[in-house]
Design a protein around this ligand. Structure first.
Ligand code: SF4
Ligand code: SF4
Length: 380
């Protein structure tokens, strides 16, 4: 196992961090869904026995408290002492500072521990950060640290670079968890966010390193680019290798659902080190990115200047679903994502062709016509 030193905290974490979000579930006789611990516990323990020392869960995973409970069971018998546990405070149900203390207390109870190592404000964006800050979350983190209930105060993030910059500069964070992969260099916190965190000495934990698994299977034109390269690796290994090359990244999360997948990840991460990517390999990944982008349906940058639409059409979201559907060759998932827009009344058919969006789009997109095309393709 490769380890990365976190200078700011004086600790080392494994380059492969186990993500618990996708623990397999099973139904009890009364119809209740619970984590299938006969699968999750051996997978977690095997990863720890093989050197993994960073485990990521959250209060809300697996339908609320169930994930933390299952992890708490997996970490019995001395395993808790071998790992850093990360869990997250959901921001959306929090109305008061007392809610923060209650949820932290429940996490400690469910994880069967007296402290959380990495405690994250979950999925911050500009709005949720401002809400939590105004409710006193930053003082709460200081107090929880002082009481020894958490060791490191952190946040996970889903928004654009400007929001990331605002949040990371607003507090002396011990770690930030971001979505990052070779297709997201300009999305979310992006490459600029990685560099900013590095300049500030704040270690990064990476989620969605394979874009929720989308980058695990390459469509034909992308696979052809990989095939031209003399060194053969799976798309999964290329994705993780590209990430591990960044010195700013402390650990890369990969979801563990069973023993076989854990074993596969362990082998891959053994070969992924900082600086391992040669110039030729970096150029390969640039060509792979271009091959994916060549499958773009619409050049929407997601800037949202066109929003809000007076008729509630989710313009950038619809274009993003349409692009993802084709780029990652997932027609059924795209149709399903679009159906949610239909069910919520935000789909392209609500467009009354007022033209307000087209007049402000910096990409000068023919939005009205493109929405019609997207609707025709995705309305299954
Ligand atoms: S043209 Fe359609 S999508 Fe654009 S702002 Fe008007 S109603 Fe909304
Ligand atoms: S203004 Fe244009 S580029 Fe920006 S989100 Fe809207 S459609 Fe996309």
């Amino acid at each position: 196992m490769q380890y990365r030193k976190i200078e700011k905290l004086g600790i080392e974490v494994s380059a492969f961090g186990v993500g618990c979000m996708r623990f397999p579930m099973k139904k009890l006789e009364d119809g209740t869904d619970v984590v299938d611990e006969a699968i999750s516990t051996p997978a977690i323990r095997h990863a720890i026995d093989s050197g993994v020392n960073y485990i990521d869960t959250a209060y809300v995973y697996s339908g609320g408290r169930k994930n933390e409970i299952a992890l708490g069971h997996a970490l019995r018998d001395g395993y808790r002492e071998k790992v850093y546990v990360a869990t997250k405070l959901p921001t959306w149900p929090v109305k008061t500072k007392d809610d923060m203390w209650r949820i932290l207390g429940e996490s400690l109870e469910d994880l069967e521990t007296d402290h959380i190592d990495f405690y994250l404000l979950h999925a911050l964006n500009k709005g949720s950060f401002e809400k939590m800050r105004d409710l006193g979350a930053l003082d709460f983190l200081d107090e929880a640290k002082a009481q020894g209930k958490i060791r490191y105060a952190c946040f996970s993030f889903h928004d654009g670079y400007e929001a990331f910059e605002e949040i990371i500069n607003a507090y002396d964070w011990d770690m930030a968890q971001i979505q990052f992969n070779y297709m997201d260099v300009e999305n979310q916190a992006g490459l600029r966010g990685v560099k900013l965190a590095g300049e500030k000495g704040i270690p990064l934990v990476i989620m969605e390193g394979l874009r929720g698994g989308k980058l695990a299977t390459a469509p034909d034109n992308v696979q052809a680019v990989f095939d031209e390269f003399p060194v053969k690796r799976s798309p999964v290994e290329w994705g993780f290798r590209w990430l591990c090359d960044f010195p700013q990244i402390a650990t890369v999360l990969s979801g563990v659902t069973n023993l076989e997948q854990t074993e596969n990840n362990l082998e891959i991460f053994d070969r992924c080190t900082v600086g391992a990517m040669t110039d030729e390999e970096k150029a390969l990944m640039d060509r792979v990115r271009e091959a994916y982008l060549s499958r773009t349906k619409v050049g929407c940058t997601g800037c949202r200047y066109c929003m809000p639409c007076p008729n509630d059409v989710e313009i950038p979201r619809i274009f993003s679903i349409w692009n993802n559907r084709f780029q990652f060759n997932e027609p059924m998932k795209g149709n399903w994502d679009y159906k949610r827009r239909i069910d919520e009344g935000h789909d392209a058919s609500k467009c009354v062709e007022c033209g307000a969006c087209e007049s402000v789009c910096p990409q000068q997109l023919n939005i009205i016509e493109l929405l019609k095309q997207a609707d025709a393709e995705m309305r299954a």
